[in-house]
Write a protein that binds this ligand. Structure first.
Ligand code: SF4
Length: 475
């Protein structure tokens, strides 16, 4: 029953208190939940504990899975159908802090956690100073740049001092969540340089931005910068479906909704989406429509290996000017490439990068470039010799770039466009853009509930339309 109430709550976007009231007074809810009219209800906090239990047991997707399995049984979602995928950003439920504020607040939280477990007599001599500065004190926004730097460095010293004291005092103190977080923030923001503590010059990827939600990371996507998460949404689509009449509900249902770190790339999102769908529901799409962020040599290769057609444009070659990779004719089978001036490559090597775990081809033209008339347009290398670096399955990228030049390519990609509408529906209808929760697990749970609510709404709309059409036809 609580799963049903939670689902209705996410469909109606009502808080726990209102949901608990609806269970008692709303006849529609009683009917949907199959409750007796005399049912007396429960306290709203029961819903909080229910979500906590789902999170603790790692059952964040159980309601979403139940709804999706029902849609598969009804034949509305095919296990070997076509799908479309896209991602969008999710703002975390925390404010963006400066590094100084983040370090100070983390230290304050660690002191508050220690206060409840370390008796007054056992606290270190510097306790009072740190407490006054980081728990009772406020960050002064009028500090000059030099003062801010000095405060930041002092904060690093204090963090180190407290961590050293806690480690010497008792190993159990180091197990406190707030102390672990302090250690993490200290290591992410400071380093020892020639025996002296210094703020790090380069920020660590995935660093804590706000101690109240360490899982909310910073991401920079060109014009878009945010602190929070990223969500990938996969939806079923049928390109052969006839055009809908006005008001007719589409048979598109969300088959996976993946919450990831804000800065995670699209390629990993695609792999995870396919993996989870197969693992939880035996869904292995025949084809999947995506945008250019998902279509790379790696994903095209993986899709080919798994028997999935990955449809979508690929990114243009990043090499500037007219003599980019597309201007070269590459024959991977015979290990030969012909440059824009018609010269055949002189060197073809297969390189294994054990650090990055990648393999690629390195192609050279050596002395032929020295006397080339377009040398300056073709290469900017110091020695004036063009070097071509290509992935092992560059032929797949080349093929896709050729397809992109075909007249009907954009028409073939039309089925992908609807995913923008689904993202808009989740953002406007279910508040996907700004999460109300903190922590990856809780945010993931809320996204699965939004996905389940969206699917139920779509199913209800479809049924309502089919019933009204049947009634009109009978009349
Ligand atoms: S610079 Fe070298 S690779 Fe480029 S067109 Fe001339 S010969 Fe070919």
């Amino acid at each position: 029953m609580l799963a049903g109430v939670t689902l209705l709550q996410f469909m109606e976007k009502v808080p726990d208190r209102v949901a608990a009231e609806h269970v008692v007074h709303h006849l529609g809810w009683k009917y949907a939940l199959d409750l007796e009219l005399t049912y007396g209800g429960f306290h709203p906090t029961v819903l909080v504990y229910f979500r906590d239990r789902l999170e603790e047991k790692g059952e964040e997707r159980v309601i979403f899975d139940g709804v999706l399995e029902l849609l598969i049984e009804l034949g509305l979602v095919k296990r070997r159908g076509k799908q479309r995928l896209d991602s969008t950003h999710v703002l975390g439920y925390v404010k963006q802090m400066s590094w100084l504020e983040c370090a100070q607040r983390t230290l304050g939280l660690a002191l508050e956690a220690l206060e409840s477990v370390v008796p007054g007599a056992e606290r270190p001599g510097f306790w009072e100073r740190l407490w006054a500065c980081y728990v009772e004190g406020e960050l002064d926004w009028r500090l000059s740049e030099a003062e801010s730097k000095e405060r930041y460095w002092q904060c690093g010293q204090d963090m180190g001092e407290l961590l050293r004291w806690a480690t010497q005092k008792s190993p159990e103190l180091g197990e406190l969540h707030a102390l672990k977080l302090l250690q993490r923030v200290f290591e992410e923001q400071f380093e020892m340089v020639e025996g002296r503590l210094q703020p790090r010059l380069r920020r660590v990827k995935g660093a804590v931005q706000n101690p109240y939600d360490p899982d909310a990371h910073f991401a920079d996507k060109g014009s878009k910068k945010w602190v929070g998460y990223k969500v990938h949404v996969v939806e079923s689509v049928d390109p052969t479906e006839p055009a809908k009449v006005k008001g007719e509900a589409g048979e598109h249902f969300i088959t996976e909704i993946i919450t990831t770190e804000a800065a995670q790339d699209e390629m990993s999102g695609l792999a995870e989406a396919l993996n989870r769908q197969e693992r939880h529901h035996g869904i292995k799409p025949e084809a999947i429509y995506t945008d250019a962020g998902y279509v790379t040599e790696r994903t095209l290769t993986e899709a080919e290996q798994n028997g999935i057609e990955l449809l979508g444009p690929t990114r243009p070659d990043p090499h500037p000017g007219p003599y980019n990779t597309d201007a070269f004719s590459v024959d991977i089978e015979n290990k030969q490439a012909v440059c824009p001036q018609g010269n055949v490559s002189t060197q073809w090597s297969r390189i294994r990068d054990s650090y990055q775990g990648t393999e690629y081809y390195r192609i050279e033209w050596a002395g032929q470039c020295d006397s080339c008339v377009i040398q300056r347009q073709c290469t900017r290398s110091r020695n004036g010799r063009r070097l071509l670096v290509l992935g092992l399955r560059h032929d797949l990228v080349e093929k896709r770039r050729r397809q992109m030049k075909e007249a009907d390519f954009s028409k073939k990609m039309h089925p992908r466009n609807g995913i923008e509408g689904t993202l808009s529906e989740l953002v406007r209808g279910h508040q996907l853009r700004r999460t109300k929760y903190r922590g990856m697990k809780r945010v993931r749970l809320s996204h699965y509930l939004m996905g389940a609510a969206c699917n139920v709404k779509r199913y209800v709309n479809l049924m309502a339309f089919q019933m009204s059409r049947a009634a009109l036809q009978a009349a």
